[in-house]
Ligand binder design. Sequence first.
Ligand SMILES: Cc1ncc(COP(=O)(O)O)c(C=O)c1O
Length: 451
Amino acid sequence: MTLAELDALPLGGPSLPQERRLVTPIPGPRSQELLARKAAAVAAGVGHTVPVEAVAAGGGVVVDADGNSLIDLGSGIAVTTVGNAHPKVAQAIAAQAAQFTHTCFMISPYESYVAVAEALNRLTPGDHAKKSALFNSGAEAVENAVKIARKFTGRPAVVAFDHGYHGRTNLTMGLTAKSMPYKSGFGPFASEIYRAPMSYPYRDGLTGAAAAAKAISIMEKQIGADNLAAVIIEPIQGEGGFIVPADGFLPALVDWCRANGVVFIADEVQSGFARTGAMFASELFGIVPDLVTTAKGIAGGMPLAAVTGRAEIMDAAHAGGLGGTYGGNPVACAAALAAIDAFENDGLLERAREIGGILRARLESLQQSDPRIGEVRGHGAMIAAEFAHPETREPDAALTAAVAKAAIAEGVIVLTCGTYGNVIRFLPPLSIPDDLLNEGLDVVADALAAH
Ligand SMILES: Cc1ncc(COP(=O)(O)O)c(C=O)c1O
């Protein structure tokens, strides 16, 4: 697209008309043209779930090249939490881009990187001394958290959990549980990765204490605490199905880690930054992780990620051991400072809780009349419905896919997830107006009723 063509498009941000508008079938002709070019030019492994050419987004909508306006209940997978093209974020990006776009923080440092680190040190759980390091993606943050934990402890092993998702690089594929589509055919994977059972109340029926005892027993018997550098877990699992562990599960793991010199890493890449109605999901469970990985919502859509944690652990890596050419890019840092300002000062934690109330009430009332919704779970604007056969709880991936597909065809962006592909997750931007959120849920309810 030329600059002139770009200029002719509607501006994104909250001033976009906040409406669902379908002027063509999905995908329309312009989108189909782009998808044909994509098929010819882009590697087949890079998929897409919503077949439209995005040209603008903001508030609670994504507008496509054919003039359709879709309700956004996905936020680009939990990224545009503050809202797409948020005015403060867009302004900060433009201002920083006009100053300088890169020096490499490892060559000539700049203030915004340090300010983001200070903000992360202040905002992440716990009032101990903390330090941060910035990276480009969630996977890169996870890789570095593991590097740091290994250097600090001098131990090799890492424990990840059933249903966990941590990224697509080699180490993070190894940490990720699900084979298709994330791992299949891409091995061999890094060594010294072990898997423990996750607390999944809907399916294991265990209390948090009992589920933790099972996981701890595996760590003690199969690995041995002396060999274990880190336990990494998503406080609420994202791709695995928005699984919320039973009360007491996470605190028991943290206590065991602390008693055994094991670094507890909370992967808050998806659950962090106001998504759950708390700044970090760890707070909901009363835990203070040793290290926290963040990305996604941190910078309003710009690529930025971080590891934040106990200063003595973070400082274990020698100078030059952490970093990367682009890590903590100044434009991404400017965006993050603007997004963090919005998280802290624009009532977004409260807004996430309000959105959670709307989502939960609607989905639970649907569940009353449709027992194929096995469970509604989550916190704040991170809520999911798991679909299962009512008598057997057998996962119903076919129904889930059909409902999501029908909702998208009607102009509502919903995402699926889950080890068994049987979960629809709701991750709206916090800038979505109530009426649009309710309309999106109406469309999902109609899609469910029709299948
Ligand atoms: C919990 C969690 N960790 C790590 C990642 C990987 O992040 P990225 O896709 O930015 O590499 C994701 C992405 O979905 C995630 O949800």
